[in-house]
Design a protein around this ligand. Sequence first.
Ligand code: GLA
Length: 728
Amino acid sequence: MAIQYNKEQNVFRLDTKGTTYMIGVTKEGYIGHIYYGKRLQKAYGNYLLRTEEPPFTPAVRKREKSAFLDCFPTEYPTGGIGDYRESCLDVRDESGSIGCELFFQDYKIQKGKPRLVGLPASFGTEEEVETLEILCKDAVLDLQVTISYSVFEANDIITRNIKIENTGKQKLRLEKVYSACIDMDNRNFEMMTLTGSWARERHIQRGSLHYGKQLVSSIKGASSHQEHPFLALVTGNTTQETGEVFAMHFVYSGNFIAQAELSQFDQVRMVMGIHERDFCWNLGQGEIFQAPEVVMTYSMQGLGTMTRNFHDFYRNHLIRSQYKYKKRPVLINNWEATYFDFNSEKLLDIAREAKKDGIEMLVMDDGWFGKRNWDDSSLGDWTVNEEKITSGLPDLVEKVKEIGLDFGIWFEPEMISPDSNLYRSHKDWAIQIPGREATQSREQYVLDLSRPEVREYAYQCIASILHSAPISYVKWDMNRQLSDVGSTYLDKESQGELMHRYMLGVYEMQERLITEFPDLLLENCAGGGARFDPGMLYYSPQIWCSDNTDAIERLRIQEGTAMLYPLSTMGAHISDCPNHIVGRTTEFATRGHVALAGTFGYELDITKISAQDREQIKGQVELCHKYQELIQKGDYYRIASWDSYKPFDAWEVAAKDGSEVLLTYVQVLAVPNAHSTVLRLHGLDALAEYSLEGTEISYLGEELMNCGFLIPAQPGDFKSSLYHFIRK
Ligand code: GLA
């Protein structure tokens, strides 16, 4: 049993194969955090709640109630009653005051995991997951809060979510609802986050904790290029293989906050949830608010274990698409090849040439609809531009299929251009504050997806195109963030609901899309990687990592992304050089090796690239076929990091049964007077012999794992090599 309750101690113990999480209830009914860490066998002690030491619990010494609340390690802190650390729940009542105090009422343990209505969330069978629901109540507000924990024993993962129900008669306003909190003593923690910008998303950042609050957040209406809904606290000197890691990751794609707060008593409060800025939710009588899910993992074997816990969990319990373990098509996308300047003939030329080299799908990117010859018009007018697609879309798709390629298409369904028929007839469909000219970004506004008829319109635009021709793939883009957050649809009390309602609208549309078109391969994208998050993975098995396709810049982006996400989810393509964003020239082979660590494809004009590059494509496509299954299903190990000041980057994918390992090495900058480099591998059978493909050499697994493999010194920058070890 993964979840047990000890009545005498009033303690819940949640066990995964390697971790234990303990929750205790005080005599008064406060719900406290006891422990998260290495798996315990028998313990049920609640002494870590420290109710026997000053300031004591209110039942013992009421005059120090605030002092108690301000240091009690709580499972779900509420605002307004004397805990001055970050609260997770702020409720305003009809009198206008904020105050909420939760006491334990009851609990429920069940096999399986209930769905979260309207939200992306992990899932599992009754054999794979057990759920504990702790019901608490604020009697004054007549408010019921359910704190849920789902325990995925085999994955060392516990997920959490919060459900709030107004069981009383007052109209309540939720002004802040976070989804999870862990209160624990500081262990000289460092904080790890992912941070970045457009074209340099998800770089790893690490620094020591200081007193006060440290946070990452987004208020942009998307998880964003700049920050990522992830937070880990790691003990000092944590490496890939050693040290303790407490990690939280948010299954949500909109505004978020992830924060660590070091308090006066050296306690750390780690919280995650929807950002309270631009958020409030009216909760009338009998109404329920469901907050999104947080995924937690603990590792005492460093970051590598955290990574593999997330990878296995997302592959098996979050991504629903039939493609998660299926072969993905090697695609060629015309964006960097043509931008807006293309027509049917150009696309067919690309398709014909691509076919010769074994490429399997043509993706027609932005510019095929309305009058869109630049990025300044037509979003919302999803009718095919027959000046470019001269014989119509069904005919183009048919011709591409005759050539032997599948067809994919780009949409940006959440947007509206001021220069569009849609805007001319429905100005009120754009997100805007009445009386104020809305801010443009990329010359576009955002559609108000809280409005049902807008969702219906936007959805039908996509669906009718997909019904018109056999289209196998959709790239769903979102190229600006939200501003001027107002809706002409919502009443004035509900304006604070817009940001979250917008996200619920996106989720509803994507759910509808994959339900109506179950064979569709959906790739999410947001100006590159501004919405690469677990929420989107629930709908699409792959997400475009970044508009930056430079192989060297991609090392950092893909290292940060792969710290949490399986390689099979990372959209990665080979593009032309000098690279369009950084102007760097790298070898074609290196670009191929880096893209192999993702979904793999091309983003270039195959009819124009040099013969020397062109000649390599066939071989690269073969490599993709050869390794795709290993890369999709294997265990990922980060071996060296260019980002952490080494002159090279290296990662490995090992088959789960130890039968093969693929090692990728990228020498970023050559070092003068260099020796060969030793890299230690992982995940092999210690006593089995492995041959290195393409050579006569073999090694014992224990040699490769402990003594290491020698990468020969070589001159030249931006060089890379693949090494494939096969068990004999
Ligand atoms: C975004 C995407 C690109 C491309 C363009 C088209 O920037 O990330 O891949 O689709 O939009 O406008």
